[in-house]
Design a protein around this ligand. Structure first.
Ligand SMILES: N[C@@H](CCC(=O)N[C@@H](CS)C(=O)NCC(=O)O)C(=O)O
Length: 220
């Protein structure tokens, strides 16, 4: 009698771009969950997100997209909640008031800072103004003012964004801080954000998700 084939879990596939902060959120989350995944790069600079086959994966033409459990999911925060609802993660405080406080931080980043500094928004701003400088000035303005407000929303003692435990707030803040540094936005004078960055930096799940750690090797 032949032995049955081993039952393999279907592969988890992350369509991402190494510098994409929304993709960075999912890399951290999947690492925290201990879920192995295969990365398919979608080159935003080359415009691969706006054409087939990526548009067929996500009609919004954005990364990340995650294939998991036979599903194809878009929107990083919806995916974080899916991983949580499936029992892979516990990054949302149980207490409703604490959870609302955390969601306020998450949404300040994911709904208010990040979208206005997205590639398509910056490209349009440059197109309308006719000034390439607009890209950096616009980004710096919205990232700095947004982070100044977020600073005041964070837990006073930490060390993580909402207190003693890593939460979804840390998962969105670390990529946003990376993006701030990329645009030359100073954040060292924001002590709570600086503390969050220091607390998350040594954690292996955050380390392995860094853009520098996942950047594809240049093609020869
Ligand atoms: N709300 C979406 C945002 C996704 C998003 O903005 N992704 C960016 C990269 S960080 C993107 O694909 N940008 C392409 C563009 O702006 O055309 C999510 O959280 O997944």
């Amino acid at each position: 009698m032949t032995s049955p084939l081993p039952r393999c879990a279907p592969e988890v596939v992350l369509y991402d771009y190494w510098r994409s902060t929304a993709s960075y959120r999912l890399r951290i989350a999947l690492n925290l969950a201990g879920i192995a995944y295969h990365v398919v790069p979608v080159d935003l600079v080359a415009g691969d997100h706006g054409v087939t086959p990526h548009l067929a994966r996500n009609p919004q033409g954005m990364v990340p997209v995650l294939e998991i459990d036979g599903l194809r999911l878009t929107q990083s925060m919806a995916i974080l909640d899916y991983l949580e609802d499936m029992g892979h993660l516990a990054l949302r405080p149980a207490d409703p008031a604490e959870r609302a406080r955390m969601r306020a931080v998450v949404q300040a980043v994911a709904c208010d800072i990040h979208p206005v500094c997205n590639l398509r928004v910056l490209s349009r701003a440059v197109q309308i103004s006719g000034q390439e400088d607009t890209r950096a000035e616009w980004s710096r303005h919205f990232i700095r003012s947004g982070l100044e407000a977020v600073e005041q929303m964070l837990d006073e003692t930490g060390p993580f964004a909402m207190g003693a435990k890593v939460s979804q707030a840390d998962v969105v803040l670390i990529p946003q801080l990376y993006n701030a540094a990329r645009w030359g936005v100073p954040t060292e004078d924001l002590p709570r954000l600086t503390r969050v960055a220091a607390a998350c930096a040594p954690l292996p799940a955050f380390q392995a998700a860094r853009p520098e750690a996942v950047r594809p090797a240049p093609a020869n």
